[in-house]
Structures are given as C-alpha cells and as structure tokens.
Design a protein around this ligand. Structure first.
Ligand code: GDP
Length: 539
C-alpha cells in the first residue's frame, strides 16, 4: 500500500512532501482545478482519481493533500483533522525548526496511516469474510490457484488520466503478468489444486447458486452499530452523513437545502456529480413541495436508488442456458477496459458453471495483448484441476493476430462448441480504452459475427466519474441493434462503502448488474444485494 502527503501553494508549487511520487497528485490537482472534486465542506475536498482516494484541505494560504492507493472506509473526518494538524504544524514551525516540523508532520500522517491499516486489517480478518481460500495473499487475504506464483503485499491500482488508462499493472493473486509464471502455469506445471470455499455457493433444487453480496459483507445492521461506536469515539468527533444533518431531523426544511446535502452524500460515495444531481432532481420533482423532512427525503432516495439498481430483465442465467435452442452452445462474451478483471471474472463464471455440471469452452479472443492467451490457459488449467464433476472445461485458441482474426476465432469456437456439445462458450475479448474510437470500432463487427447470447461488461467498482463514459461507450459500441446485456462489477471488496460506480454505470445505460466480484479467487463472485448497496449509499 502506498500513501503520500504534500503541502502546496495555490500556484501548485509543492513546498513539502512526504513519501510522494508526484504524478498521482498531478491528476488530483487537475481534478481540483477542474472542480470535479467533491466538497466535503467549504475547505475540504475529496476525489477518486487514478484509482486512488485523495483528500485536500485548504487554509488561507496553503493546501495539504494526501492520498491512499486503495480506497478505504476510513472516516473522512479523521483525514480532515490530520490535514488540519499538518497545516498548523507547517505554519508554526517551517521557518524556525524545519527538522522538527518534518518529524511532527510525518508523525501526524503516520498516525492516520496506522489507523487506516488497522481498519483494513480488521476488514480482512474474518469480520467481513470477503476471501475464503486457503493460501493467503497479504494484501487481500485471498489465494492464488497457481503454485509458486509470487504474492506481493501491495496491490497497484490502475491509473487513469483523462479517461485514458496509462498504467495497467496490477499484481494481485490472479495476475499473471510475470512471463515465467505464465509459461509454467500455462503448461500446466504451475497449476495447483487449491481449496476454495464451497460454502461460497448455495445449493437449491440441484442448482448451485451464487450468494448475495449481503452474505459476504456480513450483517449491515451490525456494521451500523459499529459505526455508531466509532462516532462516539475518544476523538469526540461526530462523523457520518446523518449526524452532520441531524439538526434537520424531524423538522421540515427547505427542500433545496436538503437536496444539496444529499447530493454531497451521493458524490462522497463515488457517484458522479451529474448523476447525483439527476437523481436528486427526480426526487425533488416527485416530492413537489417546498419543504420536507430528512426522513421523508431519505426514503424517497432509497426508493429511487432501489429502482435504479433493480434489474428489469431476468438475471437467471442458468435458466436461460438450459432453455437455449438445441445444438448451439450458449455464448457469453465479456468486454471491458484493460485490467478491470475480465479474464478473472470469466474464469469465476466458468467455475460456477462447472459446479452446475455445465461444460464450458473458453475462447481466447484477446488476440492482441501478449500473454493474454497464456493467461487464459492458466485459468483453464487451474479450473481443470479444481473440477471434480463430469462437466468439461477447455480452451479454444488460435493464437494472436489482428484484422479478422478475432471474429474468425470466435466463429470457429462457437462451431467447435456446438460440434463437441459444450453447454457454454465463454469468449474473452481484448481490453480496450473506451474513449479510443479506433479500438472500440471492432466490437461492432465482433458482436455482429459472434452474436453472443449475452454481452457482459466487467467494470471496476474502483473507477470514479469515468465509469459513466466507460459504460456508455461500451453500451453504444455494438451499434443500434444491440447493447450490453449485463455488468459484472469487479473489486467491490476494495472500495468499502464507496459503491457509487454501480449507480453511475446503471443510470447511464439502464443495463443491469448481473454479479459483483468480491475478491481474487474463483468463488469470489456474488449476486448483487440491491438493499445492501442502497444502504451503503444512504448511510
Ligand atoms: P483483465 O485485463 O480485464 O482481463 O483483468 P484480469 O482478469 O487480468 O484482472 C486484473 C487484476 O484484477 C488481477 O490481479 C485480478 O486478480 C484482479 N481482480 C479481478 N477481479 C477482482 C475482484 O473482484 N477483486 C479484487 N480484489 N481483485 C480482482
């Protein structure tokens, strides 16, 4: 994990820094000046930029800002207090005793970092059983199916600049970016049988079903109790949205004032400002009164968010697969930006289908990124090792190539899948930057030729405002005839309650969320719990 702190002047000149690699701050400062940050109060802002959570506090003459590389549930009020202390220390000591100032600032910052680490450890310690498999990976407590795969304590997050992915390195448990690991694992020599937590799934009428996100995150009401404890902590600082507006409780107040507070609340949960404003406008129009109580407004918001997230089509994939026409496998294709977890979640789907005794052919249609085919081979080898039933899992690949190679590979895979009686063909596609028209254009041709039964976009919970454009561009990429069918929202385990990307994506496209990814093992996939997500967004 990395975390950095800088103090800078309004001109942008950095005058003090701790542990700083300046470029992520550049992205944040860009977002600060373009006013895409969320104002938590008039001097305190936050933003999720470049997959990091930034906070900035300003006094009359200076700014202090910090970021964490993984979004955590750390109370923003504690961050504000830390930055306030840092600014005061700097102002008091910078001229007289530079060494003492540096020592004190470092201490203040590290105290906050420690607090955050403690909270992160607590989350990964079993209180929130996000990961279940046997071989622990320090950062997430998840396991890798590849023996000998080096596990690293830190997880580098993808880096976005102006909608462009500029750094797709991520060294989590199912990341096969190391060429040596890749080769040995792809040849089958590195694939080990791991213990996955079968309790992750639930059995019903001969079907193996995915559990709800709610089961994975634990009891929301317990968490709310914990929140209450935290609020009453020794610092004496009250935190939480509702304590901030508690003065409004009971009484009817100006609807515009309440609306403004709720917009801030939604933005602080990673909902894009325009999306948050649109949701609140709808509620205002529905309530159509000049004054309102907070509970009434909150209930209307809860209803609206529930409506947005509730799918209006069937998400019963197993049923659809069973009902497919004879002689043709059910074809599912996954699309998305680089590094969001397409292959990992495709492998999770495959594992789930195997549990349901359905044979799966995985087709390697990322014929562009070197190592992509081998990465899928690794997954297929691991899944073969894990598979104890009679259903088959195999890889269909025709190596690398451009032009029509992707379309031809997909068509051949579907024909092969039909001839060999596979139930499902799962097609992986190349990750692409959603804002690059040249890279997006081939998706239409692919969709027309492969005509998948379902096209699923994998999108990260980690992405901020950019999620709106990502979802919209992928949904529009397949032409007028069809769009995306579902989202899988990955990495929900890394964002705490900042789950706003889900709303951004669904609001922008009306495409429902099929599943959420909650870790790096094959059983870390869950059904969405609309209620739980709405609770997280409104509390
Ligand atoms: P792709 O480039 O879109 O195919 O992405 P990958 O499938 O290679 O995944 C990139 C990284 O994200 C890998 O390290 C995965 O283990 C990790 N990953 C995927 N899904 C999740 C998830 O739900 N939670 C977490 N924490 N990591 C995930």
């Amino acid at each position: 994990m990395s975390q950095s702190l800088i103090i800078f002047e309004p001109s942008g000149k950095v005058i003090y820094q701790f542990n700083n690699k300046i470029s992520p701050f550049n992205d944040f400062i860009y977002s600060l000046v373009n006013q895409t940050c969320t104002e938590l109060d008039s001097a305190f802002s936050t933003a999720a930029v470049a997959q990091k959570r930034f906070y900035c506090l300003q006094n009359d003459t200076l700014y202090a800002a910090l970021y964490f590389d993984v979004v955590s549930t750390l109370d923003s009020e504690k961050v504000r207090l830390c930055l306030d202390g840092v600014l005061k220390t700097y102002s008091k000591l910078c001229e007289d005793d530079h060494a003492k100032m540096a020592k004190l600032i470092e201490f203040q910052f590290q105290t906050l970092v420690q607090l955050r680490l403690t909270l992160t450890d607590a989350e990964g310690s079993g209180e929130r059983p996000v990961s279940k498999a046997s071989t622990p990976v320090p950062n997430l407590g998840t396991s890798t199916p590849v023996k000998g795969k080096k596990s690293t304590p830190s997880k580098k997050m993808r880096k976005w600049v102006n909608g462009e992915l500029v750094d797709a390195v991520d060294d989590g448990a199912l990341d096969y970016s190391n060429a040596a690991d890749l080769l040995s694992a792809a040849e089958g020599t590195g694939a080990a049988k791991v213990q996955l937590n079968q309790a992750a799934f639930e059995k019903q009428d001969n079907l193996v079903l995915l559990r709800e996100l709610n089961d994975v995150l634990g009891d929301a009401e317990d968490d709310e109790d914990d929140e209450g404890d935290k609020d009453g902590s020794a610092s004496g600082v009250t935190s939480g949205f509702f304590s901030k507006i508690s003065s409004y409780f009971g009484a009817s107040v100006d609807i515009n004032e309440v609306s403004k507070k709720f917009i801030e609340q939604l933005i602080s949960k990673n909902i894009a400002p325009a999306t948050a404003a649109a949701i609140i406008e709808k509620i205002k129009a529905r309530l159509s009164s000049k004054t309102v109580t907070v509970p009434v407004f909150k209930q209307a918001l809860t209803d609206e968010l529930t409506k947005i997230l509730t799918p209006n089509v069937s998400t019963d994939l197993l049923h659809d697969i069973k009902k497919r026409p004879l002689g043709r496998p059910y074809v599912i294709s996954v699309v998305g930006v680089n590094g969001v977890g397409k292959s990992t979640n495709l492998a999770k789907l495959a594992y789930w289908f195997l549990q349901n005794n359905m044979s799966v052919l995985i087709c390697a249609c990322d014929t562009f990124r070197s190592g992509a085919v081998e990465q899928l081979k690794v997954h297929v080898n691991s899944l073969k090792n894990l598979n104890s039933g009679s259903a088959r899992i195999d890889l269909f690949e025709k190596g690398y190539g451009g032009g029509d190679h992707v379309v031809n590979t997909a068509k051949l895979a579907i024909a092969y899948g039909a001839a060999e009686n596979y139930d499902i063909v799962l097609i992986d596609t190349a990750g692409r930057t959603h804002s690059n028209a040249k890279l997006m254009a081939p998706l239409k041709k692919f969709g027309d030729a492969a005509n998948p039964d379902k096209i699923i976009m994998v999108g990260e919970a980690l992405v901020g405002t950019d999620s709106v454009e990502q979802a919209t561009n992928f949904d529009n990429a397949f032409g007028n005839r069809r769009g995306l069918d579902f989202f899988i929202i990955s990495k929900v385990d890394t964002v705490g309650d900042l789950v706003g990307a889900m709303i951004n994506m669904v609001m922008a496209t009306k495409v429902p969320i099929l599943f959420v990814g909650t870790g790096q093992t094959y059983t870390d996939i869950n059904k969405l719990s609309v209620k739980r997500v709405v609770d997280m967004l409104t509390s």
